[in-house]
Write a protein that binds this ligand. Structure first.
Ligand code: MSP
Length: 512
């Protein structure tokens, strides 16, 4: 059976990983864990993009060989993913043999078919971005100065005339437009999709896919004067990681990818060039290419000059990994831009985690201890589950939010249930019931434990450590599979289980 195949971009190793990289990878991890929790087979790929001039220069600046440098920085990404509880199935590096061979083979194939051809490039080149620019693309006010149009760069451009290999992107304009029209879910979110459609409709030019000036790259087969352009190389990771053995074709066990998750700044590469490359190769196109938005930090763009990159280790030190994962996916809807600050994280932590979730769990544990001698409630209507059923019925809405990568929507449904449960505790007031009608206490606690079990089944992909702790505290053997209302209600409480008293999950944090 085909696995659900989810990818992140492969990250450049010219800098240490920061909150932006963490964001995409956490989102992909949450999606992968969600499908896994439904017992679906998943293949989650991430990795590092290791060729190109920037990486060669970064290595040189440290007096290192590019490969040694790449080994070191790539490892930093894997360490961070471990710290953030990212459960990937495979990690690809573009300097690996399996990848290099696939790129060489694909390049040769396209040369043979005529979709890659040798020509001359005449125009402007930005050495720093490794990008060719046409006269048309240079901003009017920068025309005389000939500055790089990339707002992050703005360095002087070089006028060049040189040999290069080109990919016939223009040939695929019509096919791409047809694909976008026939497959409305392919590009999302919608506002990004329309940008892409307009861009493609305005006309596509063939693109250069080799560089004579870059040494640290995969040599063009049969022409050692050129290396393969880093983006042509990098995009192929999605295929080179899932090859059918001894070929450079993707295996049907994984391909086509179900979701490529990328940041908005690299959407054109993924929504235009990548599908055109796949069309040229005759491989099926991915099901979905999703562009998420960007984080600023306290209102500012993160940049080297400002030195304001948020270090994920720093951000998790005070609040923990789960709170950070929760914050990133709750605070800004996936697809839009948002702002990160430690203060915003603290606010969400105190209100959503300490007040709502943490409080609910500690109240239920405490009441079970006090009123039932620490034994978990079993007496209610375990067959009918009338009270928890109303929450279980929210499963399809959560499923649909997750399928659309609408993580903040899924979390907001989950939190509406958590608030209702806190309200139920207040209304039922077991501490009063204990005095007036003690026989009602156990069914109330039963309803709460069973509802929390449902909530934790939904929340586990977002907050795996918290789900495990709550499971231990409430003696929940197994979290439900969040597929249908019936499935999340399935199972019976066991009488022998006892609660486990533990320190609060999210102690309130005041400003230092
Ligand atoms: N190597 C290319 C991708 C090749 S994929 C075939 C690349 N690498 S990168 O290291 O620059 O990573 C870019 C990705 O990091 C973005 O697409 C996004 O996923 C993430 N982010 C980097 N900065 C970000 C923010 N400020 N906010 C959110 N995510 C951002 O591009």
């Amino acid at each position: 059976m085909k696995k659900i195949y989810i990818t992140t971009p492969i990250y450049y190793i010219n800098a240490a990983p920061h909150i932006g990289h963490a964001y995409t990878t956490i989102a992909a991890d949450v999606l992968a864990r969600f499908y896994r929790s439904q017992n679906r087979e998943i293949h989650f790929l991430t990795g590092t993009d290791e060729h190109g001039l920037k990486i060669e220069e970064a290595a040189r600046a440290l007096g290192m060989e590019p490969q040694n440098y790449a080994d070191q920085i790539s490892e930093k990404f894997r360490e961070l993913w471990k710290h953030l509880d990212i459960r990937y199935d495979d990690f690809i590096r573009t300097t690996e043999e399996r990848h290099v061979r696939c790129v060489e083979d694909v390049f040769s194939r396209l040369l043979k078919s005529g979709d890659v051809y040798k020509g001359f490039y005449e125009g402007y080149y930005c050495l720093s971005c490794e990008t060719y620019w046409t006269e048309k693309e240079i901003l009017p006010n920068e025309k005389n100065l000939k500055l790089c149009p990339n707002s992050e760069c703005k360095k002087p451009l070089e006028r060049v005339k040189e040999e290069s290999y080109f990919f016939k992107l223009s040939k695929y304009q019509q096919a791409l437009i047809e694909h976008y029209q026939k497959n409305p879910g392919f590009l999302s979110p919608a506002h990004r999709a329309s940008e892409i459609v307009n861009f493609v409709k305005s006309g596509l030019q063939d693109i250069s896919v080799s560089r004579a000036k870059v040494k640290w790259g995969i040599p063009v087969p049969g022409d050692s004067a050129q290396t393969v352009y880093v983006w042509f190389d990098a995009l192929l990771n999605y295929v080179s990681a899932v090859l059918e053995s001894k070929t450079s074709n993707p295996s049907g066990e994984f391909w086509p990818a179900d979701a490529h998750i990328v940041g908005k700044e690299i959407y054109r590469f993924h929504a235009v060039i990548w599908p055109a490359m796949l069309l040229a190769l005759g491989f099926p196109l991915p099901k979905k290419v999703f562009a998420h938005g960007w984080w600023t930090v306290e209102g500012q763009k993160m940049s080297k000059s400002k030195g304001n990159f948020v270090d994920p280790y720093e951000a998790t030190r005070e609040f923990g990994v789960d709170s950070f994962r929760y914050f990133l996916l709750r605070e800004m809807p996936f697809g839009q831009d948002g702002d990160f600050s430690i203060e915003a994280l603290r606010r969400r932590y105190n209100s959503d985690l300490a007040n709502d979730l943490g409080n609910l769990i500690s109240r239920v544990v405490e009441m079970t201890d006090r009123f039932l001698g620490g034994k978990l409630p079993t007496q209610s209507d375990p067959e009918k589950h009338e009270y928890p059923r109303r929450w279980a019925e929210k499963t399809p809405a959560i499923q649909s939010a997750m399928e659309n990568l609408n993580f903040s929507e899924a979390l907001s449904i989950i939190w509406s249930v958590i608030s209702s449960l806190n309200q139920y505790v207040n209304e039922q007031a077991p501490w009063k019931l204990q005095k007036t009608s003690p026989e009602k206490v156990e069914p109330v606690l039963f309803n709460l434990v069973w509802s929390i079990r449902i909530v934790m089944g939904w929340l586990e992909p977002f907050m795996p450590q918290t789900a495990a702790k709550v499971q231990a505290q409430l003696g929940i053997r197994q979290l439900p599979r969040p597929v249908t209302a019936e499935e999340v209600l399935a199972g019976k409480p066991t009488a022998s289980h006892a609660i486990l008293k533990a320190p609060p999950l999210f102690p309130r944090k005041t400003k230092p």
